[in-house]
Design a protein around this ligand. Structure first.
Ligand code: CA
Length: 359
């Protein structure tokens, strides 16, 4: 990084001045601008996800009257897609935008904050994060890595993925090579699949060259521009990612050095970015799905016995994680208690309504 020390010193001085004079001098009038670097895990041309990061930076710049100036670096321009956690943790970069389950190798508890197979949908997940203790627990864990996370979008329900051949029984999972992240990958691995984790920008080539047989990515809005449908025409409905958290994560020292006003502004913009992303997915998924079907894609749902086996295996995965990682246990107990509390209302509310509106 060029001039890191000077910049950092100026930045901290600016933040201190803004803090000390907050009563008399609004942050927007402070002489020193807060210039930050944000790396993402998304290729430069990734719709919705990279677009969300751009929206975050542009909105903050406008609302802070130019005080908070974030420069965005797509995957590979400063650090590799999956190198952002380490770079921000070490203070080489100030912020990253990514997906929380990418860090399950650091600590498997991150999988819970990312969203869970057969788990809560986005409305329930956001309720847990904001009003059920999820964010506080996540931040407690992230602080150990010198990180401070904010909600940076939610994909809503993701599709189960793209397959060259239909899945008719569990035998078709055994030996399957499928790109898959998070706890879903652990389920498939236990059932005999191999599940390499590739960043979004590397999936197509791996699928085209036969390095993998199948892949999941997100949902029609994003998947349509990948080209997966040219190679694998069976598009399965979802089970493994009902509400995946995208995250805006600050280096904790940088976050702590911001003024209260800056922190609150960033918090409000990240909340807006969070709901905005879900709305954008919802809006674009509908038209993209129709286009995919016109292109010859066949939408399928896994056979009931396969889904039952996935669910049973998922419960075994949870038991193993609880036994081996106390951070996972803490995250899971909070998540699962909240989920249990939600289930009755969601059955009466969302689930029943979706049935009722078909009449
Ligand atoms: Ca996914």
């Amino acid at each position: 990084m060029e001039n890191t020390t000077n910049k950092r010193r100026d930045f901290i001085k600016g933040a201190a001045l803004a803090g000390a004079g907050a009563v008399f001098v609004p942050t927007i009038l402070s002489a020193k601008k807060t210039r930050l670097k944000m790396a993402t895990s998304w290729a430069a041309n990734t719709p919705i996800l990279q677009e969300g990061a751009d929206y975050f930076a542009q909105t903050l710049k406008t609302l802070s009257n130019g005080d908070i100036d974030i420069k965005i670096y797509p995957a590979g321009t400063l650090v590799p897609a999956l190198g952002v956690f380490d770079a921000v943790s070490a203070g080489q970069i100030d912020i990253y935008h990514s997906a929380t389950y990418y860090w399950s190798g650091k600590n498997s508890a991150f999988n819970v904050y990312a969203g869970v197979p057969f788990g809560m949908i986005d409305t329930e997940m956001n309720a847990w994060m904001r009003f059920g203790g999820g964010l506080e627990l996540w931040r407690k864990l992230a602080a150990r890595y010198n990180l401070y996370p904010l909600l940076g979008g939610n994909t809503g329900i993701q599709m189960g993925g793209w397959f060259r051949k239909p899945i008719n029984s569990l035998k078709d999972i055994d030996g399957l090579k499928m790109r898959m992240p998070g706890l879903g990958a652990k389920v498939l691995t236990k059932l005999g699949a191999s599940t390499p984790m590739l960043p979004g920008g590397e999936i197509f080539l791996a699928l085209e060259r036969g390095v993998i047989d199948a892949t999941e990515w997100v949902s029609p809005a994003l998947d349509i521009s990948t080209g997966f449908q040219k190679i694998a025409k069976y598009y399965y409905t979802g089970w493994h990612e009902p509400a995946s958290t995208a995250e805006i994560v600050f280096n904790k020292k940088i976050w702590d050095s911001l003024s209260k006003e800056q922190q609150m502004l960033i918090q409000v913009v990240s909340d807006d970015m969070n709901t905005r992303m879900t709305a954008m997915f919802q809006a674009q998924n509908a038209t993209a799905l129709n286009k995919l079907i016109e292109q010859g894609v066949e939408v399928k749902t896994l056979p009931q016995d396969v889904l039952e086996a996935f669910n049973k295996t998922f419960k075994e995965v949870i038991e193993e994680e609880i036994a081996s990682n106390k951070d996972f246990k803490e995250a899971w107990e909070s998540y699962n208690n909240f989920f249990k509390g939600q289930k009755e209302w969601s059955k009466v509310g969302i689930e029943q309504y979706l049935q009722n509106r078909n009449y």
